[in-house]
Design a protein around this ligand. Structure first.
Ligand code: SF4
Length: 104
């Protein structure tokens, strides 16, 4: 199931990670929530494909290890989401539609 584009009206920020918001619910290692508020990656959808990391022209994403998660043991973390130039390449290439970019 893809990321819910309306998640901000349904979830709450429960944590911070590497300077970005984490939207719950979170129950590690099985449930990790959504990381980011500008470039949002649903960690529970992400399969660790890495296409977004290759596609992003400004290096927004970095791998984070997530051992024990049922979908994949690494995730593309939007560590540098403030650098996003809103090209939407990541949304387009993600094979499981785990990413939602909020264009300002
Ligand atoms: S929209 Fe473009 S610049 Fe922003 S995170 Fe995605 S690939 Fe990178």
């Amino acid at each position: 199931m893809p990321i819910d584009p309306e998640f901000k009206s349904k979830r709450q920020v429960v944590d911070q990670h590497e300077g970005h918001d984490v939207w719950g619910p979170v129950n590690p290692p099985e449930q990790l929530g959504i990381h980011g508020s500008i470039v949002a990656v649903d960690f529970d959808v992400c399969i660790g494909d890495g296409a977004c990391i290759d596609a992003c022209p400004v290096g927004v994403f970095e791998w984070v290890e997530t051992p024990g998660h049922p979908a994949s043991d690494k995730k593309a973390d939007p560590k540098n989401e403030s650098q996003c130039i809103f090209c939407l390449a990541c949304e387009t290439v993600c094979p499981v539609e785990a990413i939602k970019v909020f264009v300002e």
